[in-house]
Design a protein around this ligand. Structure first.
Ligand code: ASP
Length: 451
């Protein structure tokens, strides 16, 4: 067989590496989907599953970044504040937006499932007994925010405890003034190093996404999905409606920004979230894309995004809304108004308590079912197709974090409009490029502050 001329191969290689990252990921996702479906339909699901370790390798790579990345960037962000009251304002806005969008998401899920009735006519014979998860008390939750040993928080990857320690550490740097200068410079430099490392790992996203997509499409055949197709459709439709109405609306009407750019700029983390089904795992991608594609300052992104990946789960809340109504319908039970309100409240809290890892939302679903006295066995039906639902809800979870980061950054004068307005600056070859000798003091500018 004749080999392709080397310049043609080189041309193809440069064409691929020079392509915007989102296009690479999109092509990988589509190819993985097609290959997975073909393997599934030809009885080669095992072959599709054998490619999964490549995806796992990528996910391990991004997970490796989470703890050091959050810590150094949040310390740097807080330490760069001139005035500590900024922190309080930032937190208030972030929490309000996270809670508001989550409540809207459940309402959309409840409304869609009530209108389209996905559970009517479903046979629940196969349901197995499930036990409900106990909800932690409010006191335990608050106490649990403060680490008794920060090293343990790092070692176990407890993001909320790391956030609390990082904020306090950053505040102490501000208060210590000149004496803390070497520590501050060290963290600024460490943040740059972590961002470079993040770039390197993220440039492998297309290969990881391809492997994970092939595995999912190869494992879940149409036969498994068909009986629950309506629930799947409701969750996917709900996620699309929420993104198009709530996020685009916030970006346009609260921030006065172009929503199309928001969707373009957050597409990389959305696709990585979709295939990895972990919003915590996707965090480094979300942070990098918020900064580089959407112009969110590091100060805002390093606070808003890790918090969002831990507590803001609009997709999970929406999914819980759909599933609760679905299960009630499948059992032939009617929900009254006070039960709907209870669902909004418990699903908001349950989604806050859901970890940003694969399948966590399904476990928390039992809590929401228990709050309105529905049979927990319903969870077992959903379990069979949960990965497919998890993909959509994680994509929405990640999109929600990016949207709130843009809105908060804009209102704080910390969004670089020129970057926001430029389409897709993240490119695989640039991520890997050496920036050369940086200006001044060996550091690239850590945060953008122009409005
Ligand atoms: N997998 C979701 C996430 O990481 C959580 C869930 O299962 O709902 O955001």
């Amino acid at each position: 067989m004749k080999k392709a001329p080397s310049h043609a191969r080189r041309g193809l290689f440069t064409f691929w590496t020079g392509m915007p990252l989102w296009k690479q990921i999109f092509i990988a996702l589509t190819l993985g989907l097609v290959l997975g479906v073909v393997l599934n339909q030809t009885g080669n699901a095992d072959l599709a599953a054998s490619i999964k370790p490549v995806g796992d390798l990528f996910i391990r790579g991004i997970k490796m970044l989470i703890v050091p990345l959050i810590f150094v960037s949040l310390v740097t962000g807080v330490a760069s504040l001139q005035d500590l009251s900024t922190m309080g304002r930032l937190s208030a806005k972030t929490f309000a937006l996270y809670l508001g969008t989550t409540a809207a998401a459940i309402s959309i899920g409840l409304a869609l499932a009530t209108i389209f009735k996905p559970g009517v006519g479903i046979d629940l014979g196969a349901a197995k007994a499930v036990t409900a998860k106990d909800a932690p008390t409010v006191t335990d939750t608050i106490l649990g925010l403060v680490p008794t040993n920060p090293i343990e928080a790092f070692a176990t990857g407890n993001v909320l405890q790391i956030i609390v320690f990082a904020i306090l550490f950053g505040v102490a740097i501000v208060l210590a003034g000149d004496l803390a200068k070497p520590v501050k410079t060290f963290f600024e430099s460490a943040a740059e190093v972590m961002y470079k490392l993040t770039s390197i790992i993220i440039s492998f996203a297309p290969y990881g996404v391809f492997a994970l997509m092939t595995w999912v499409a190869g494992t879940y055949g149409f036969d498994l999905l068909a009986p629950l197709a309506k629930v799947i459709a409701m969750v996917y439709l709900g996620c699309a409606v929420h993104a198009l109405v709530v996020y685009a609306g916030m970006i346009k009407f609260i921030s006065g920004l172009n929503p199309v750019r928001y969707f373009q700029g957050s597409i990389e983390p959305v696709m990585v979230g979709f295939t990895s089904t972990s919003s915590s795992g996707t965090l480094p991608v979300t942070m990098m894309s918020a900064e580089r594609n959407l112009g969110v300052s590091r100060r805002v992104s390093s606070f808003v995004l890790p918090l969002g990946a831990t507590i803001n789960m609009d997709g999970t809340a929406l999914y819980q809304g759909v599933c609760v109504v679905f299960i009630a319908q499948a059992y032939g039970l009617d929900l009254n108004t006070s039960q709907y309100l209870t669902i909004v409240l418990t699903a908001t809290l349950a989604s806050i308590g859901t970890a940003g890892v694969p399948g966590a939302g399904l476990i928390m679903l039992s809590l929401v079912l228990a709050s309105v006295g529905l049979p927990l066995e319903g969870v077992a039906i959903i379990a069979g197709i949960d990965r497919i639902l998890d993909m959509a809800r994680t994509a929405l979870n990640v999109a929600g974090d990016s949207a709130v980061a843009c809105v908060v950054a804009r209102s704080e004068g910390e969004l670089d409009q020129a970057v926001y307005d430029t389409a897709h600056v993240l490119r695989a070859d640039e991520l890997l490029a050496n920036p050369g000798v940086p200006e001044e003091a060996g550091l690239a500018a850590p945060a953008r502050t122009s409005a």
